[in-house]
Design a protein around this ligand. Structure first.
Ligand SMILES: NC(=O)c1ccc[n+]([C@@H]2O[C@H](COP(=O)([O-])OP(=O)(O)OC[C@H]3O[C@@H](n4cnc5c(N)ncnc54)[C@H](OP(=O)(O)O)[C@@H]3O)[C@@H](O)[C@H]2O)c1
Length: 254
């Protein structure tokens, strides 16, 4: 069976997905569309990819195809291409429905995913809809595969991709505060990042306690943790994050 992976759209997402696959030990042949030649050549050198002559030769030589162009580029990408029924198209294109994708690719099988930048290090949620064994096997190398039960749920899962992006500004602000107090930047970074990764690990490992119960068990009356938490809650800091999620969800639906 041809397990080569074709990539149509060699940009930011394609670059971190390829890096993540190679990091996970996936040695399959990876064939790149020719546009954005500089980036494609870097991937040829660093990750043993092959730059194809045209988008159509990518489609002819690979049965599994990652779609990684921007939404407004999708139609002009797909319209001239000919797919077969045994092609598996894995679309990373945010906001484009399966119905619309199928109208562009005929009988080929189509699934949707949204790997995050942290796929490069094999971490983060990797949503998938609908379930497909080959897509699952490929994508589970990039982080925690999360299978969604409907396309509406998949759209909701896209909000988590944005949450992931927001985190970096949050980490940066806390790190800069520490550095402004005189800590060396690398010490500040270690304190902040490990505060978060430790909390994530504990929340993940705690099967007998909810996240609110863990918080309540730490932020007890009279603690410094409670002092800061009360201030954050009274000023709506956490509500703002939920508001931002609702704003993105609304935009995704429009
Ligand atoms: N970046 C992320 O963090 C992220 C996360 C989740 C999902 N996504 C999704 O991933 C998709 C790609 O995002 P991106 O950030 O990787 O965008 P990007 O960096 O702009 O990459 C898209 C690439 O596709 C190329 N392209 C456009 N039309 C083409 C065509 N007809 N044939 C061959 N190549 C073509 C573009 O070339 P030109 O530059 O010449 O146009 C560009 O190199 C988007 O749909 C986005 O929704 C991205």
């Amino acid at each position: 069976m041809n397990s080569s992976l074709g990539i149509l759209g060699v940009g930011h997402l394609a670059t971190y997905v390829i890096a993540g696959l190679r990091r996970a030990g996936d040695q399959r042949e990876i064939l790149l569309s020719p546009r954005n030649a500089q980036r494609a050549q870097a991937l040829v050198r660093e990750h043993r990819c092959v730059q194809e002559r045209s988008n159509q030769t990518v489609v002819e030589r690979a049965r599994i195809i990652l779609l990684s162009v921007r939404p407004h580029q999708l139609e002009s990408l797909l319209e001239p291409l000919e797919f077969k029924a045994d092609h598996l198209l894995i679309s990373c294109v945010a906001g484009v429905s399966l119905e619309h994708l199928r109208s562009l690719v005929g009988d080929a099988q189509v699934v949707r995913t949204l790997p995050l930048a942290c796929a490069e290090v094999g971490e983060g949620a990797v949503p998938l809809y609908p379930e497909h064994p080959e897509a699952s096997a490929l994508l589970s190398q990039l982080g925690e595969l999360v299978l969604l039960g409907s396309e509406a749920q998949f759209e909701l899962a896209s909000v988590a991709a944005c949450m992931n992006g927001w985190m970096f500004k949050f980490f940066a602000q806390l790190t800069e505060w520490y550095a402004a107090q005189g800590l060396a930047p690398e010490t500040a970074k270690a304190l902040v990042l490990h505060a978060f990764s430790g909390a994530v690990s504990l929340a993940d490992a705690s099967t007998d306690k909810s996240m609110v119960e863990i918080s309540d068990s730490i932020a007890t009356e009279g603690t410094y943790t409670k002092l800061g938490l009360d201030m954050l809650e009274s000023q709506g800091a956490f509500d703002l994050w939920v508001d931002a999620c609702a704003e993105v969800e609304k935009a995704l639906k429009s």
